[in-house]
Design a protein around this ligand. Sequence first.
Ligand SMILES: Nc1nc2c(ncn2[C@@H]2O[C@H](COP(=O)(O)OP(=O)(O)OP(=O)(O)O)[C@@H](O)[C@H]2O)c(=O)[nH]1
Length: 526
Amino acid sequence: MGIVKSKFLKLNRLILFLALSATIITFINSFYSNYEVQKEQLIFQAIEVNRAYAQKLSDTTEVFISSSKQQLAYAANEVSSQMDNDAFLMDEANRLKYQTDSFNSVVISDALGRTQAASPETLDLVGKQLKSAGSKEALEEKKALISKPYVSTIQNLLVFISAPIFDKQHNYLGFLGGSIYLKSPNILNQILGEHYYKDGSYIYVVDKNRQILYHPQKERIGTFLNGNSGLDEIISKKEGGLLLKNSKGIEMLAGYSSIPSTDWIVITQSPLESTLLPLTGIMEKVILRTLPMASAVFLFIWLFARAISRPLQQLAERAKSLDSPTVTSDIESIDSWYVESFSLKKAMLSGVKLLHNQIGDLKRDADTDPLTGANNRRAFQYKLKQLALLETPFAILALDIDYFKRINDEYGHSVGDEVLKQQTQILQVFSRDGDLVARTGGEEFVLLLKDVTVEDAFIIAERLRVAIAEEAFETVGHVTASIGISAWTANSISIEKTLSLADQALYQAKKQGRNCCVMRSLEDVA
Ligand SMILES: Nc1nc2c(ncn2[C@@H]2O[C@H](COP(=O)(O)OP(=O)(O)OP(=O)(O)O)[C@@H](O)[C@H]2O)c(=O)[nH]1
């Protein structure tokens, strides 16, 4: 036999599916939110660290530039009264060059741009006309200056810091300037260059014209920065942090801060990818920590849902066997622990009670003769089958009222009905537990006697006959009846034959003049 697949899902599976999807969705959701929060946090922290670091470097550089400018201003003041003293000027130039690492070269120029002193002496500039952009700017502006980066006559990329020299009457006497070679070792790239991280982080410095003043890749110093997605924002805001794509298209988390006295901007940045590397480990931990709770939640939902579905399933199961004799106690034993299932259980119990009552009524109606209340032929046949199955011996008294037609004719049909009812009552008196009184035809009755031999049945039939004859029937007075008797035992004659014998005996009784009993036994068959 093939298994018939139902198109409906089982409640248990539905609940399992519901619990599982609820848990998975919650788990994914919490994992995703966690991931996003952690990612944001890491990005925010990296930008903030870079910003703070860029600020620290710009502050340090600012201090260095200010102190360089101060040194030059101080020296300019010193040399103002000694502009004719070449030895003094040379000493001063050397002192500025060698006392600190601030400058790669130092020059002292007169008001016409002729070099009065230069250090290191290898530059061989003394007496020569200065033509560099920084020198020209210093001569024109006659004030303290920091030049844009430019390439000097001896092919050094440099910035030039200068201080004007005035005499006491404030006549312009020339300038004193220090060069910082951007590609050579000096304090500036010591400050910036020591901070190069292995995780791909690096620092670079640009001016507001996008020219690179410092970069870990030396060859890029002096070039202009292109293709950096964040540079416009960096130049306009001067202070802050952002996610940008560098000139190679790599996503970088950058912090930046400008150096106020120069308008240079220090940018420190680290690759987004390496910043987010710890995320994998963090998320693994999140999963490991969330899993036990998620499993516990799943188990709880599942068990709880099962507890909800159990009474419904049990009720549904019982509903399949409402005809079972134990169905009421089976339903009563179901633990309906919440209101809805309890109401359902109550409704089912009422339904079962109603159903059983109706079945009882129908069964009674189907087995009963409506006029007399005695069993009908159908119930009689059923009883015969039962006794035969159980091999219980029995005797049959087939009874017919004598001249009943005359009663009907003389007193009317309804009086005849009353006689039939009274007759039934007399038969009931003779019927014990397990016996059966049935009306099998118009005025024909049967009394079925369990575990009774044909001889005993005859004695009972005689008593019955006498009882009927002595009964005072309403309106009609006395009535008699004829009785035919036969009996059945297992392994003897068939039931049909037994009935037929009783009928034959009754016929014989009628023939003998009525109001008598005739018995037919097995011997009569033989
Ligand atoms: N009042 C009434 N009469 C019925 C009912 N069923 C059958 N009868 C009548 O019962 C009578 C039976 O008559 P018969 O079979 O001739 O038998 P009888 O007159 O009793 O004569 P014997 O049996 O030979 O003694 C008929 O007149 C039927 O109409 C019933 O339910 N009520």
